[in-house]
Write a protein of this length. Sequence first.
Length: 114
Amino acid sequence: MAETERAVYVQRLAPDQREAYVDAHDDVPEGVTDAMERGGVETFELYVRDDIAVCILECPDVKAYLEAIDGDEAVANWEQYTGQFKQSGVDADADPKDGIPFMDRIWQFEPDTE
């Protein structure tokens, strides 16, 4: 079985747009979730606190995911729409490999299972 890759990124919300950003995610378009499925997403989680949104993406191959969503009209429209609520984060107009500000993992702990 292939190992799952995890990618994490942070987006800064406009303080007065937090509620609108959260509300928008009550109805993520099916075209967006279809593209995510085509990209191999196993889990995608979104957390919000104050003006910070943290996204956690898990899939077998993040590069393949990015290739699958590149040029997808539903994804582009969604990122343009949600972009109005953000100060920084996903740049819908950038090259796909640069458009998502993935973070570097600097530490991990896994207890011994022996």
